[in-house]
Ligand binder design. Structure first.
Ligand SMILES: Cc1ncc(COP(=O)(O)O)c(C=O)c1O
Length: 441
């Protein structure tokens, strides 16, 4: 069969020699999909469409810029706000007024918060939140649940054990390069497992500086869990940090914690906030956020203008269009469709995630081969698809119908290949590598 991505593969080979890990993000590494067939590089993206560097055009029904492009690609209204910012100078010796406007807007959306600091990426903004919490409380220990980035405070959980991050990130993460002195400063608990958090508290009560979690993960929060976490944070005088980097702006305009009635001390946003432009925000209660001045948190590029300009436009559109309603609807149609076509083609799959951030996994000993073949077949039909689906406001119901028809046909071919025992032979690329627990099953 003709290779559809000769330029893409050649660039991947060059990248392999020049960029350790090929890309800057695990979830965009081609082997997470199927090395050899996944296009990896894009030339252009608009609406729900992506053109790879070989000129192939796809409807993107995969990870939507890993959750960053909540409205869609190259949205004119956001881009025009950024272009205006560029024309007026993206940076200067002075600060941009958009910072103050965005801080006001975020505090209006989240009335419990009074102060804001900005950064540009999720992981670094979580590191800022942790620093502020430690500076405010004077206490070092962090209890956390879920994935929160690559920084030392988080990866240190694996020092002396490779299991701590196993069910939060991926198994076997090596904490190489993380100072050993950070051993026993960060301890994991599972979502909805108040008993595990209580155990950490009983062992480190006096030195607990922060409790960190996402507002919602694959499963819905139990009310006693949410109330219990808040109670423990207040009782131990630990800062409750809610990581909204993935969940924010999916089920409402703002943090999911508002809908779920969680009361944070700090909440952290990135990804969807700028619709693909780099921006991150740490919002919080005034007395806690003021600790940012007790310590040193400062960076040149946190003062550029495109990030806050994009965020202001994104929030405005999100609110005006009630975007989350559409994201929930589209995600619901996709989950329902997956269930239907899996049953029809006798596949056992497990579906998870909040509706706008859905994923499924094949329950089969050849799951990674099946996943790779699904990706390969869907690419041939003109879709970027995998086992995750991140809804964008630009997705239409017609996109979903077309996608599910293609997915159904692909499932049928895979089922035939499995029963004929020739699935490995059909694979043009490599089986998928296993990725983030949080993001890809
Ligand atoms: C909940 C959560 N926290 C933190 C991060 C890290 O954000 P970034 O990749 O922008 O550094 C992610 C990214 O997937 C995330 O989902």
């Amino acid at each position: 069969m003709k290779n559809l991505i000769p330029k893409g593969l050649s660039l991947q080979r060059r990248a392999k020699d020049r960029i350790p890990g090929i890309t800057q993000l695990l979830s965009k590494r081609p082997d997470m999909f199927s090395y050899g067939v996944w296009p990896c590089y894009y030339d252009k993206a608009k609406g729900v469409y992506v053109w790879d560097i070989d000129g192939n055009k796809y409807i993107d029904m995969s990870i939507g810029g890993i959750g960053a492009n909540i409205l869609g690609y190259a949205v004119d209204e956001v881009d025009n706000a950024v272009i205006k910012a560029i024309k007026n100078g993206v940076s200067s010796s002075l600060n941009c007024p958009e910072d103050v406007e965005l801080a006001d807007m975020l505090c209006e959306l989240h009335p419990w918060a009074q102060k804001v600091r900005f950064a540009r990426t999720g992981g670094e903004s979580m590191a800022i939140a942790i620093r502020i919490a430690r500076a405010y409380t004077g206490k070092d220990i962090i209890a956390f649940c879920g994935y929160h980035g690559w920084h030392d405070w988080y990866i240190s959980a694996n020092i002396g054990t490779e299991d701590a991050l196993g069910s939060h990130l991926i198994a076997g993460v090596n904490p190489a390069g993380v100072p050993k002195g950070l051993k026993n400063t960060a301890f994991p608990f599972h979502y909805n497992r108040l008993d595990e958090l209580k155990k950490i508290v009983s062992e480190h009560k006096k030195n607990l500086g922060a409790i960190v979690m996402e507002p919602i993960r694959g499963e819905k929060p139990k009310p006693e869990f949410i109330d219990g976490v808040r109670e423990i944070a207040s009782e131990t005088k630990a800062v409750l940090i809610i990581d909204e980097i993935s969940a924010g702006f999916r089920i409402n305009t703002g943090g999911a914690h508002l809908k779920l009635k969680i009361e944070p001390d700090i909440a952290v946003f990135s990804k969807a906030l700028g619709n693909g432009y780099p921006i991150a925000a740490v919002i919080g209660k005034a007395d806690i956020m003021d600790a940012a001045e007790k310590t040193f948190i400062s960076s040149t590029n946190w003062t550029e203008r495109t990030g806050p300009s994009a965020a202001l436009a994104t929030i405005k559109i999100h609110k005006r269009e009630d975007a989350s309603k559409h994201l929930i609807k589209i995600g619901g149609l996709v989950q329902k469709g997956w269930k239907k076509i899996a049953k029809k083609n006798s596949f056992k799959i497990e579906i998870g995630g909040m509706l706008p951030l859905s994923h499924f996994s094949f329950i089969d000993k050849k799951a990674q081969v099946i996943k790779a073949l699904f990706i390969q077949l869907m690419l041939k039909k003109g879709f970027l698809a995998c086992t995750s689906f991140y809804a964008m406001f630009a997705h239409t119901e017609e996109n979903v119908t077309q996608y599910l028809k293609a997915a159904d046909e692909s499932f049928k071919l895979i089922a035939e290949a499995l029963s004929n025992n020739n699935i490995d032979k059909m694979l043009l690329g490599k089986p998928s590598s296993t990725g983030f627990k949080r993001l890809v099953s």
